[in-house]
Design a protein around this ligand. Structure first.
Ligand SMILES: [Zn+2]
Length: 347
């Protein structure tokens, strides 16, 4: 019976997972920029050859979010559409404005649209949107795909699929990924390693109707009526808690800083084989996410079809200070590990 309940919960989960861009584009550019500076000469040459003239990991970082501008028309055709209400989304996507690059974006979205279900607000958005996150409960201390909030089309699986393509191995079934070539795999990796280090893209808090944390991996499961949608349904003033974590400290800008590079260089090397790294890094982000939910209390303001939570902070100033420090550390880790992964692929 428990199995049936869990299966149902997973099904419900598939219908209402997180919808979020992860680090703002600046965060993805910063992660890519740190990695650009830490590549060994072989990896730098390979990256340059695969991405082509004018592209580096900094430019590649936001690509997988640019894909979110692809929509499916009622006649089944796919189109790249600029959202007039969010012209800022286009800023990091201009390097991909050529006919060839636009065609690649639309083709990628089309190939990865129907391989799973993703309709968080009743509007089908394409399976590729699920590749950006996991929603593992804060009660967990490590990543395991069998936990609720993980799936065979989650962030860790997506990174594994891209690594497979870059290392000339078949994408392991049953993961539903279509990655056309090494360029596409590199564009994805440059983005997803960034996502993996945004703590709210991996760890999630699950609450009951009274705002008390509950453990979805027990019989409680995930209740769609109280789901925080990866922190997207938690509102703090005008922003969701998730988006507050997406924004990076403004003094960093859009590229690696001396401070971040030093932090990236001092990060201990990852242990084990490449194939173990994405899950190990996800485990690390789950532990980091614990701090992101510490000292917070929640109140349910609205429920289905659109859940809305308010949040109160035990120590708001202290929280913001900790958040700032965590973001810097996570950006440095993201950049260091993106380079570490590519240096291991091309030693
Ligand atoms: Zn993302």
């Amino acid at each position: 019976m428990l199995k049936v309940v869990l299966a149902l919960d997973c099904l419900i989960y598939l219908l209402c997972p997180t919808d979020a861009p992860a680090w703002g584009y600046q965060g993805h550019e910063v992660v890519g920029s740190i990695a650009d500076k830490l590549l060994n000469s072989n990896a730098r040459q390979q990256v340059g050859q695969i991405l082509g003239e004018g592209f580096d990991l900094r430019v590649a970082g936001p690509w997988a979010d640019c894909v979110k501008s692809v929509v499916r028309y009622d006649d089944g055709s796919f189109h790249y559409e600029v959202d007039p209400d969010h012209l800022e989304y286009e800023v990091p996507c201009t390097p991909f404005n050529s006919r060839e690059e636009r065609a690649r974006i639309v083709d990628y979205a089309q190939r990865n649209w129907s391989t799973c279900s993703y309709a968080p607000d009743g509007h089908e958005r394409g399976c590729h949107n699920t590749f950006h996150f996991d929603d593992i409960a804060v009660q967990r201390t490590r990543f395991d795909r069998s936990y609720l909030g993980g799936s065979d089309h989650d962030l860790v699986a997506a990174i594994g699929a891209a690594v497979a393509v870059l290392t000339d191995k078949p994408v392991p079934p049953p993961f539903p990924f279509s990655i056309r070539d090494k360029k596409e795999a590199l564009l994805l990796i440059a983005h997803f390693i960034g996502d993996l280090h945004q703590p709210l893209h991996v760890g999630a808090v699950y609450l009951d109707a009274n705002g008390r944390p509950v453990d979805p991996d027990t019989a409680h499961g995930i209740d769609p009526a109280t789901d925080t949608i990866g922190g997207n349904a938690i509102q703090d003033e005008n922003l969701s808690l998730h988006h507050e974590w997406d924004d990076i400290p403004t003094d960093i800008g859009e590229a690696a800083t001396t401070e971040l590079l030093a932090a990236a260089r001092s990060l201990p090397a990852s242990q084990g084989s490449i194939s173990d790294w994405p899950a190990a890094w996800a485990s690390d982000s789950i532990l980091v996410s614990h701090r992101a939910f510490e000292g917070l209390t929640f109140r349910l303001i609205a429920t289905l079809p659109a859940n809305k939570w308010s949040v109160a902070f035990a120590d708001h100033a202290g929280y913001l200070q900790a958040m700032d420090a965590i973001k810097r550390r996570q950006l440095a880790k993201g950049g260091a590990r993106l380079a570490e992964l590519l240096n291991a692929i091309w030693p």
